[in-house]
Design a binder for this molecule. Structure first.
Ligand code: ADP
Length: 273
């Protein structure tokens, strides 16, 4: 409780008593505690890759000083440094999107694109996906044209793929599949990882939620990836689904409407089957 005491005066300004105002500040204190947790989590998540980045930079600098010609460590070090920067930039984008969602300001910029092509681009382009896992794509044979926010769907797929890698053992199989079902583009990603306890499954898409087992195994994370996935899909009128068996693996899936431009018509219409 916060207590404010101030003098009570009559019309001539003489003090005739004291007024006491007591306010219940439990909520405010709780908000401050949440803010503090949030700030310390962000700081921790950024500090770890920044410290490694600094080490790589220092080692590269020393190697260059000792041996000015290109040596073996430089490309390796630069590659690692690049990945760490990518990781931090992704984290910052995710944080910014969380605050936009909270302010109701996350909006979509929809364009037409082929979902299969986007998955290929993601796998080819993203250096941070350097992994010993085998990623297999089982694509629907035709184009899967959707009308969606390409950048945000990229973020959804990257988050699901990063989790599949992070929460499954090195060398495991990851299958990305697409299909066309009832005029919807269907996406799924399956891993052979930790799996998710049924009691955790209904909380999985809440902000900051992390399963106990991943914390125990000290797998780093923040608990905002799946929250963003579900919020972005909700803006597209879609939902994220999960099927998982502990110690066997997990499948995350979602659907997007298929669209095609109809000749002679302005705008976009739903494709007929
Ligand atoms: P983060 O990975 O940063 O903790 P996410 O929101 O992406 O945050 O995931 C929330 C939690 O869900 C993770 O901490 C993990 O416990 C669990 N999880 C997510 N994806 C998987 C997966 N493919 N296999 C097992 N557990 C998962």
């Amino acid at each position: 409780v916060s207590l404010t005491i101030s003098p009570l005066k009559d019309v001539e300004g003489n003090i005739i008593g004291l007024s006491k105002i007591a306010r219940d500040i439990t909520d405010r204190k709780q908000n401050e505690a949440n803010k503090h947790d949030f700030v310390s989590m962000i700081s921790h998540e950024l500090k770890t890759p920044l410290t490694s980045l600094k080490t790589y930079m220092q080692v590269m600098q020393k190697k260059i000083e000792k041996q000015p010609e290109i040596n073996e460590f430089i490309p390796v070090g630069l590659d690692k440094a690049n990945r760490l920067v990518d990781k931090m930039v992704k984290l910052i984008h995710d944080f910014l999107d969380v605050s936009k969602i909270e302010a109701g300001k996350l909006s979509l910029n929809r364009i037409e694109f082929d979902l299969n092509e986007l998955i290929n681009e993601i796998i080819d382009d993203h250096v941070f996906l350097n992994t010993t896992h085998t990623i297999t794509c089982q694509f629907h044979t035709e184009k899967l044209t959707v009308f969606a926010d390409k950048e945000k769907i990229t973020q959804v797929i990257i988050n699901l793929l990063t989790n599949a890698i992070k929460y499954s053992p090195a060398g495991g199989n990851i299958i990305i599949a697409t299909q066309k079902l009832n005029n919807k583009a269907f996406f799924s990603i399956t891993d052979e990882g930790l799996g998710i306890d049924p009691i955790d499954q209904h909380q999985l898409f809440q902000r900051f939620f992390r399963c106990r087992r991943s914390k125990e195994k000290q797998i780093s994370g923040f608990g905002i990836g799946l929250y963003l996935v579900s919020e972005i899909l909700a803006l597209h009128g879609s939902t994220i689904q999960v099927k998982s068996v502990v110690n066997k693996g997990s499948t995350f899936s979602f659907k997007l409407d298929c669209y095609a431009k109809s000749p002679g018509l302005h705008g976009l219409t739903k494709q007929s089957l």
